[in-house]
Design a protein around this ligand. Structure first.
Ligand SMILES: [Zn+2]
Length: 124
């Protein structure tokens, strides 16, 4: 029996224990999110795109919150403001990747990670 191609996580059940909630905005759509441990950090990454076709310059950021299993806000970080790629009919999805780091110190079992896409400034 060969183990080639096994992509078992090296960090046990970490990935399975995280619940992601993705809040797209009216103009910015979150496509996917994932997380992994890296040294003493938790790296959360994902991608977003425009909700509808357009080439008007647009920037957005993603607010990332980690909540404990009983809903307590443990950490909150925000990506830099990033350009949202143009989306043209028939060209498929043009997405932009983002990545943030959370402190492993504040990590908890079975957290919920909430990602909220925001266009322009926000006061969160
Ligand atoms: Zn925001």
């Amino acid at each position: 029996m060969t183990l080639a191609g096994c992509r078992c996580p090296q960090t046990g059940a970490f990935d399975d224990s995280v619940t992601f909630t993705m809040n797209s905005s009216r103009n910015v759509k979150l496509l996917w999110a994932d997380s992994h441990r890296q040294d003493d950090k938790i790296v959360v990454h994902g991608a977003f795109s425009r909700q509808s076709s357009g080439s008007t310059p647009m920037t957005a950021h993603v607010d990332v919150q980690m909540l404990s299993s009983n809903g307590e806000l443990l950490q909150q970080v925000r990506t830099p403001e990033m350009k949202v790629p143009r989306k043209l009919p028939g060209k498929g999805i043009s997405s932009e990747r983002f990545e943030v780091e959370l402190d492993d110190d504040g990590f908890t079992d079975n957290p919920t990670i909430i990602l909220s896409a925001h266009q322009g400034n926000c006061d969160v």
